[in-house]
Design a protein around this ligand. Structure first.
Ligand code: SF4
Length: 376
């Protein structure tokens, strides 16, 4: 056993005694609720995810309730949280558990890991929190804490880095739950798998934070390699910088009397199964009003009808992991009785727009437009 491993585990658990992050799912043993919270919290901050967790828990107290819910209802409840494939996987997996597994959540690591949308991290979280199985969680917090304390410079987004960090984290957890450690320290600290996993995540989230870690008051400081080397700000190392592709969406909001047209996004692209408006995607930002009348697709859609542009929004942005969406909303007024239906367009009353699940940028536009103040 290495001394710095023992030092790390002991001090981490002692630190945790006085620094629990209170969260509603802490201490939760129900695997369905742990799974729900973990899926909601993937790529989402706790403050943002919390109300969604509460809403889902209230609407669907069991996995079978979730399985039996209509998809549009689940997507609507998820609206605003982003990464919508998570909601689709959540719903699909609930159906799978409800039918193929008779409504029983798997109780071993392999069974949990085989669920769609569940990766190594989520499987370890459910296995350890629900069943106290000795599987270690490795999330962004864990990468940061371990890379700094042990001075590891292997990039965390490489196969080698992932393996190295996973191996080290598992060694630390195994030490924590070993008889030897329990006999020596077990009376003072919580040396269970869930205790260790919770402690290291809380330590990364509140103490050894990305921008301003609290090194001055850190119990790890005497053996922290990054502290010794003075390279805290450089760790953990990533090999690739995130590149975002710009996409320019021109949304046509075709108004006739009190109705507008919406459509479901069924193609394999971002925001699948959410709703949006008739869309023209362009290579660059379109600022000239004449863009619409010259556009061939618009001409096909609107044909000979009498129409005019009522207003154009300023460009609105939504950042996704690999894409930046720049959306412009073109409000179009149809003078004659426009009943033409293109593909899957559906006419609905404008006041009912908020009952459908839209991507964030569209939802924001709709809500701003419903304010009495004319913002555009
Ligand atoms: S000394 Fe600083 S960098 Fe090292 S573990 Fe503590 S908070 Fe993190």
């Amino acid at each position: 056993m290495q001394d710095n491993h023992y030092f790390f585990v002991k001090n981490l658990l002692q630190w945790h005694l006085g620094h629990h992050r209170p969260m509603p799912w802490k201490g939760e043993r129900n695997p369905y609720l742990i799974w729900l919270s973990e899926i909601i919290l993937q790529q989402t901050r706790v403050e943002q995810g919390l109300p969604y967790f509460e809403r889902f828990k209230a609407a669907y107290p069991t996995v079978v309730d979730l399985a039996n819910a209509p998809e549009d209802e689940v997507m609507k409840l998820w609206e605003g949280l982003g990464y919508y494939s998570r909601a689709r996987n959540l719903h699909g997996t609930a159906k799978h558990i409800s039918t193929a597994l008779n409504g029983s959540f798997p109780s071993d690591y392999e069974g949990i890991r085989s669920l769609k949308g569940v990766g190594d991290y989520t499987a370890a979280a459910i296995a350890s929190f629900a069943y106290d199985l000795p599987y270690v969680v490795v999330d962004g917090n864990v990468y940061r804490v371990l890379s700094r304390f042990f001075g590891i410079e292997t990039p965390i987004d490489t196969t080698e880095g992932k393996k190295q960090f996973a191996k080290l984290a598992q060694q630390l957890l195994d030490l924590c739950v070993s008889e030897e450690f329990k006999i020596a320290e077990g009376k003072q600290v919580n040396s269970t798998p869930s205790g260790f996993n919770q402690a290291i995540m809380d330590f990364g989230a509140t103490h050894c934070t990305p921008a301003s870690p609290k090194c001055a008051s850190c119990p790890m400081q005497p053996h922290c390699e990054a502290q010794k080397q003075g390279n805290i700000g450089l760790l953990p190392i990533k090999s690739k910088k995130l590149e975002r592709r710009n996409r320019f969406f021109n949304y046509l909001i075709i108004n006739h009397l009190d109705k507008v047209f919406i459509k479901k996004r069924e193609e394999k692209d971002i925001w699948q199964n959410l709703y949006d408006f008739p869309l023209i995607e362009t290579e660059s930002l379109q600022e000239e009003r004449s863009f619409l009348s010259k556009n061939k697709t618009v001409q096909t859609w609107l044909g000979e009808s009498d129409w005019g542009i009522k207003s154009v929004s300023p460009p609105m942005r939504q950042e996704l992991t690999h894409q930046r969406i720049v959306a412009t909303f073109w409000e179009i007024e149809m003078e004659d009785n426009f009943l033409q239906k293109v593909a899957n367009w559906t006419p609905i009353e404008r006041k009912n727009l908020t009952t459908f699940a839209f991507p964030k940028v569209i939802d924001l536009y709709i809500r701003k437009k419903s304010l009495p103040l004319e913002l555009f």
